[in-house]
Design a protein around this ligand. Structure first.
Ligand SMILES: [Zn+2]
Length: 322
């Protein structure tokens, strides 16, 4: 049997086809084209799924289930998107609508997108085999998903697990959420770019200027590239960024001590350049020290496919829960 996984975002709708082992067999994506009615988006999801099945010469009778990850607060038990700012949805019955549109009656599962990506990494990616994991996606913001005792943990009212909005600098930088000093205001790619720009203003001699000019913009790579080229200021920026990242990660470990914390998103492409110094910094900050076995840090392995794969495997997560 095969499973359909939908990664629904503000810019694109990605639909993937996954086998029982969580291997991605193929995918298709179409633009979300906001603003438009939620029903039209659901129709596009089903249409895209049908196209993908046709391409792969697979009939609907071979599809076991469909899972969808949506941005925002999702009630997976009722299948309702409680609130999705990007999509402009309030209390939208996503599961019911997709079930109505599908040509065959199959189970439909919905969850928050960051939780779905975490499920993907947990089932078939970097956290495979772990009993518990926190997956951090470091992009424009910081998305996070928690898997505890083999199930997705999103809190009693489904809005938990938002580590991006944990304050790490009291009274610090304003965040989109309305608080000040949130983890994602410092340790996201956006936070890193801001740090890079601030240091560039202070240091006209830094290599970061020529590197950014060559790349056409200041990006999350600028400081890392400068550091690799021996630039002291670039090294300082990376060091400061890793301090913020380590602070947030140590807080997560102090609270939950999952078996693993997996880091994804654009910054994670730095690999060991990121992971090694980060692990050292985190270990220095841990309560009780790092002498005893503690949470392992890893780089995510599914990349942008985590959402589709995790969504397609939501049925599997559900079975583990029951
Ligand atoms: Zn915030």
């Amino acid at each position: 049997m095969v499973h359909l996984g939908v990664d629904l975002g503000g810019t694109g709708i990605k639909v993937g086809l996954v086998d029982d082992e969580g291997k991605l067999l193929g995918s298709l994506s179409v633009p979300t084209n906001l603003p438009r009615p939620a029903q039209a988006i659901c129709e596009d999801i089903v249409k895209t799924a049908a196209q993908l099945l046709e391409q792969k010469k697979i009939g609907w009778e071979q599809v076991e289930d469909l899972g969808a990850g949506a941005p925002g607060t999702v009630n997976p038990d009722e299948g309702i998107v409680i609130h999705a700012v990007n999509l402009g949805w309030w209390d939208f019955p996503l599961r019911e609508e997709l079930t109505r549109l599908l040509p065959r009656e199959i189970p439909v599962y919905v969850h928050n997108d960051a939780n779905v990506a975490a499920a993907g990494e947990y089932l078939v990616g970097s956290a495979k085999g772990a009993a518990s994991a926190v997956v951090l996606t470091i992009g424009t913001g910081i998305g996070s998903g928690i898997i505890l005792n083999h199930r997705i943990e999103s809190g009693h009212y489904y809005g938990g697990g938002e580590f991006g909005h944990m304050v790490i600098v009291q009274g610090g930088r304003p965040c989109n959420c309305g608080r000040k000093g949130c983890f994602e205001a410092y340790a996201s790619a956006t936070g890193l770019i801001r740090l890079t720009q601030e240091e560039m203003e202070r240091s006209p001699e830094s290599l970061m200027h020529s590197i950014a000019a060559k790349q056409g913009k200041v990006s999350g790579r600028t400081a890392f590239d400068a550091m690799r080229a021996g630039d002291e200021v670039g090294k300082r920026v990376v060091d400061l960024f890793l301090d913020y990242l380590a602070c947030g990660i140590a807080n997560i470990i102090n609270a939950l001590q999952p078996e693993m914390i997996c880091i994804g998103g654009g910054i994670s492409k730095e690999g060991d350049t990121l992971l090694k110094p980060l692990t050292e910094k985190v270990n220095r900050e841990l309560y009780g020290g790092s002498q005893r076995p503690t949470t392992r840090l890893q780089i995510c392995t599914l990349g942008n496919d985590a959402g589709m794969i995790g969504a397609a495997m939501l049925g599997r997560m559900q079975q583990a829960k029951d």
